[in-house]
Write a protein that binds this ligand. Structure first.
Ligand SMILES: *Cc1c(COP(=O)(O)O)cnc(C)c1O
Length: 405
């Protein structure tokens, strides 16, 4: 890309060593063409041209760096990757077509037939299916453990265990796993630890600093923040990312330039959004806890949360998702949800719009009753992804639900 006249921006590296998180989210991975545009350009092109046959040959042979085809590299996707790597404090990031593609890429590029995975049982539903139903076909087996129980992680390790996988806080109950302790278990056994950092984002938790080897995101959630695109990303060391990149460029689960542009711009407001989400969530959780008709509130920012101390130890904030149990069963929970007027009834989260969900019959609906009971997903449980509307309006909407109990 032509950079004539814009050298001044190359004087700063934009890593965590020389800039704060808000600066990185706004400045790292910035691109600029010779047009001098202030906002990043978007490159919606499938392929790239060369000035000569010789140049084409040099690009294809790898003698010369440069773009060839957007399944391999694309400037807009690269810009998003650079920004994500800076935010997570990683050497490199690889963008993927979805959060699930990010997890799939780890499984198929860093593991092989005969390998074993230990996975938290409290991870995103599709993550469980991916390991249990699909990666097993490639000869990769998985054991699921209670993520809070360090002895269970240790006990599940086999001689062929290569990957430990967890999500903290978990959805929808906000269960935490001690990342540092599980990283130590992984490394003692020659395995890697991957953390799904979707709920807190690098603003509130940076798992690589806690010893994890890989971090994955569903960019669909807070990284976009406005519910527009599906995408994902994996971050880690150059060596691990080279393998992941090799799989993505060959397997084709790449991110589209348009989505990368949306995520790249979304990151510019990540810190200020997350702080505002967390402020609204804490205020609402505190209020809900005092309301008649509410039996229990799950939010890691509450002192009543069983793992509040661990939250303070490994997080710098508590995020925007909470859940609560209402008096009564499924009927009461549905009545509560149906009586609200503003919050959106949808399974998605991490949006500026508040969203309300009944996990037992939607996001966790495919689990058996026994599995739900084990995981603590009760029929009277409601999940709220607290958005950025005025807190008094979100609270008024919850009051409508409470009045209907
Ligand atoms: C949504 C989600 C995923 C999957 O991401 P997609 O972008 O939908 O593929 C993975 N992990 C968590 C925690 C999620 O919330």
């Amino acid at each position: 890309m032509a950079k004539l006249g814009f050298e001044r921006e190359e004087r700063i590296q934009f890593t965590q060593a020389d800039a704060g998180l808000s600066t990185l989210a706004i400045r790292a991975g910035q691109t600029r063409t010779s047009e001098g545009e202030h906002s990043d350009a978007i490159f919606p092109t499938s392929s790239f041209v060369y000035s000569s046959a010789r140049e084409a040959a040099a690009r294809f042979s790898g003698d010369e760096e440069g773009n060839i085809y957007s399944r391999f590299t694309n400037p807009t996707v690269n810009a998003f990757e650079k920004r994500m790597a800076a935010l997570e404090g990683a050497e490199r990031a690889v963008a993927t077509s979805s959060g699930m593609a990010a997890i799939l890429s780890i499984g198929l590029s860093l593991l092989q037939q005969g390998d074993h995975v230990v996975c938290s049982q409290s991870v995103f539903g599709s993550t469980i299916s991916l390991f249990e139903k699909y990666l097993v076909r490639a000869g990769i087996t998985t054991s699921f453990v209670d993520p809070k129980d360090l002895n269970a992680w240790e006990a599940a390790i086999q001689p062929n265990t290569r990957l430990l996988f967890l999500e903290t806080p978990s959805n929808p109950l906000g269960e935490l796993t001690d990342v540092r302790a599980v990283a130590d278990i992984a490394h003692k056994n020659d395995a890697m630890l991957a953390v799904d950092n979707c709920f807190l984002t690098p603003v509130f938790q940076q798992p690589l600093k806690l010893g994890a080897d890989l971090v994955i995101h569903s960019a669909t959630k807070y990284l976009d923040g406005q519910g527009r695109c599906v995408g994902g990303v994996v971050v880690g060391s150059d060596a691990l990312m080279e393998e992941v990149f090799g799989f993505i460029r060959t397997g084709g689960a790449c991110m589209s330039p348009f989505n990368a542009w949306v995520f790249h711009k979304g990151l510019e407001t990540l810190k200020i959004r997350l702080e505002a989400h967390a402020k609204n969530a804490l205020e609402l959780a505190t209020w809900l806890q005092q309301q008649p008709g509410i039996e229990k509130v799950y939010y890691t920012g509450l002192e009543s949360h069983a793992q509040h101390t661990l939250a303070i130890k490994q997080q710098t904030g508590f995020g925007g998702v909470l859940s609560f149990e209402v008096a009564g069963g499924q009927e009461a929970a549905w009545r509560f949800i149906d009586s609200t007027k503003m919050v959106s009834i949808t399974g998605n989260l991490g949006d500026v719009k508040s969203t309300i969900t009944h996990p037992s019959t939607t996001t966790h609906g495919r689990m058996t009753d026994e599995a739900k009971a084990d995981a603590g997903i009760k029929k009277n449980l409601i999940r709220l992804s607290v958005g950025l509307e005025d807190i008094k309006d979100i609270q008024a909407d919850m009051q409508l639900g409470l009045d209907a109990l």
